[in-house]
Design a binder for this molecule. Structure first.
Ligand code: SAH
Length: 216
């Protein structure tokens, strides 16, 4: 694994300052982002110098590592408390997974691309992050491990999948970007006795959530 030296740590502090300037106020989220060595999630050395710039990058399989600002906004909306059980849909390279681990969550994460699932499983273990990873279709959630305190979707969904709402505990929160290829609205959905209540939190651009095509 690439070392995490003083230069990386300095760049990371600068990234945290940038995120604070962009309106991220949750100190726990900023501290978590300040701890995760993002350069260790970027295999392509051509992109490594951008690791602490607030941008998204290609990570193989036609997928991307989310922009730090997006990770920060979603993590803030999720209001994770230590010990909470969190389900992530779209593990990708595992950066958001690591941030959730730093927030003290017990993370379950699902990824449809098998090569990504396998490489991320090895990477997170090597970095010392403990998360339960699964290869499969996140549209269906992870019914065997439900209910979850929180669910985060890191790909653009055409609508809110009912299965995910049903796998939240009462009062649990689902953070999900909803919309088409042109962009998505970030929704925070709270499960309540009579159904679900959702609020909007700005517009984002995610790779699409693809249903029922988990490839081997
Ligand atoms: N959480 C990542 C973001 C990865 S991009 C990060 O921190 O950078 C979104 C990921 O969602 C991609 O890896 C894509 O393969 C995955 N994805 C898309 N549709 C999915 C589905 N139905 N089930 C599981 N994963 C899915």
């Amino acid at each position: 694994m690439k070392p995490d030296d003083f230069r990386h740590q300095g760049l990371r502090r600068k990234l945290v300052d940038d995120l604070r300037a962009k309106g991220i106020a949750d100190g726990r989220v900023l501290a978590a982002i300040g701890k995760v060595p993002r350069h260790q999630f970027i295999d392509d050395t051509a992109f490594e110098r951008f690791a602490y710039v607030d941008q998204a990058f290609p990570i193989g399989c036609g997928q991307t590592i989310s922009q730090p600002y997006t990770v920060a906004v979603q993590s803030e909306l999720l209001q994770v408390k230590p010990g909470e059980k969190v389900l992530e849909i779209g593990t990708g390279c595992g950066y958001q997974t690591a941030v959730l681990c730093e927030l003290g969550a017990k993370v379950h994460s699902i990824e449809r691309h098998k090569p990504l699932y396998l490489s991320t499983k090895a990477r997170l273990a090597a970095m010392g992050y403990r998360a339960y990873l699964q290869h499969g279709d996140g549209y269906k959630g992870m019914p065997l491990h439900a209910p979850f305190d929180k669910i985060i979707v890191t790909c653009g969904a055409p609508e809110v999948p009912q299965a995910l709402v049903e796998q939240l505990r009462m009062g649990g929160i689902l953070v999900i970007p909803v919309g088409g290829e042109g962009g998505q609205a970030m929704l925070s959905v709270v499960r309540e006795a009579g159904g679900a209540r959702s609020t909007r939190h700005g517009n984002f651009s995610f790779v699409p959530m693809v249903e029922n095509k988990s490839n081997g």
